[in-house]
Design a protein around this ligand. Structure first.
Ligand code: UDP
Ligand code: MG
Length: 348
């Protein structure tokens, strides 16, 4: 379906790097050593073919294999590849955030580094952008590469989130996308910690165009998203894009109170008509346990939101860089939260 990958035995002539990049490609990487070279073998020819100045920003998200040395090697061959390295694993969302903040291009492409997102599709993304789209996102045609249970859960999750969230979320749209500078700048202004990127992409709006694509199987290695991680990720999505879980309890409370009033009236009438009826152990027990359970759930939900508020107000940097290549010291921003910088400059 896609053109064959670049033949590694045939040297690729790289255009000299002088002008500012028009296109930036951001690649989050966690333990992708085996995928680095095959990825560049397909990505770089695609970018060269476009004929515009480009840059590739790889963010090594605390890999424990030799991804970093592979990246340094790739940079020796092509200086348009620029590198950032996190001091530990901060997660894909943070890696993408760092990449977006360091990208210079007038358009920025986000994609996975395991070749599940075909690099050749960037040509179509680019054409759509040239035609006036501000966001071009890839839509997965099938999820055959995912296990059936994950596919089903993903479908349920998106349906649930879509019905609860304030902004509509396009189904099956992932992180594979191209964004105009104006969109990237908008995203860069958001320094929230619970970064559910799929929600943020929709939240910002702009002229968005979908491009269908087939996801390939992972080139090498295994997915790092365990079931627990995916569950936490799903929870993040719901909590950061909906306050419904907080509000629903008032309605449930109202319903229970209304039932209680009717039941109270019923007991009063029964007592007046037939006298005091002592047995009632079962109904008492059920009511107590049910309400106790509901209250605990409600407390849990409150706690979840409160915990997120707590981690937001600490305003720690979103990530910590330990190394970089191809960035000036000025560019290698450690991402201080805005409030902190303001306070400092105010003191001077
Ligand atoms: N990734 C990352 N940090 C992480 C986990 C993943 O930067 O903590 C990167 C990973 O290198 C890959 C992309 O995010 O480029 C998608 O990860 P993966 O293939 O494990 O997820 P899946 O395709 O199963 O959603
Ligand atoms: Mg993958």
């Amino acid at each position: 379906m896609y053109p064959p990958p670049h033949d590694a035995s045939r040297p690729l002539t790289l255009r000299p790097q002088t002008e500012a990049p028009v296109l930036s490609v951001v690649l989050p990487m966690h333990n992708e050593a085996e995928n680095v070279q095959p990825l560049f073998a397909r990505l770089i020819p695609t970018l060269e073919k476009l004929g515009v100045p480009y840059e590739v920003i790889c963010v090594d998200d605390g890999s424990r294999d030799d991804s970093w040395s592979q990246l340094l090697l790739a940079r020796q061959i092509n200086p348009r590849i620029r590198l950032l390295r996190f001091s530990r694993n901060f997660g894909k969302e943070m890696a993408m955030t760092a990449g977006l903040r360091h990208a210079h291009g007038r358009a920025v492409v986000l994609m996975d580094s395991d070749l599940q997102h075909p690099p050749e599709l960037i040509e179509q993304f680019y054409a759509q952008w040239q035609a006036g789209a501000q966001v071009v996102y890839g839509v997965r045609q099938s999820r055959d590469t995912d296990p059936p249970l994950r596919r089903w859960l993903t479908r349920c999750f998106y349906r649930l989130l879509d019905s609860m969230s304030e902004v509509p979320l396009p189904r099956d749209a992932g992180d594979f996308r191209l964004m105009d500078r104006i969109v990237v700048e908008t995203l860069n202004q958001m320094d929230e910690r619970t970064r559910f990127m799929k929600g943020l992409y929709s939240w910002v709006g702009f002229r968005q165009v979908a491009v269908p694509f087939e996801t390939a199987a992972r080139h090498a290695g295994t997915s790092t998203f365990s079931k627990l991680k995916l569950f936490r990720f799903a929870l993040d999505g719901i909590v950061s894009f909906s306050t419904l879980p907080l509000r629903v309890w008032s309605w449930l409370g109202l319903l229970v109170a209304a039932v209680a009033v009717f039941y109270g009236a019923f007991i009063l009438v029964m007592t007046l008509l037939y006298g005091v009826d002592v047995p009632g152990y079962a109904s008492l027990m059920v009511a107590t346990l049910f309400l106790g359970g509901v209250q605990l759930i409600c407390l849990g939900v409150l706690g979840d939101y409160l915990g997120r508020v707590f981690s937001e107000v600490k305003r720690r940097p979103l990530y910590v860089l330990s190394d970089s290549a191809g960035f000036s010291p000025d560019e290698q921003r450690q991402e201080r939260p805005a409030a902190m910088t303001e306070r400092r400059s105010g003191a001077n």
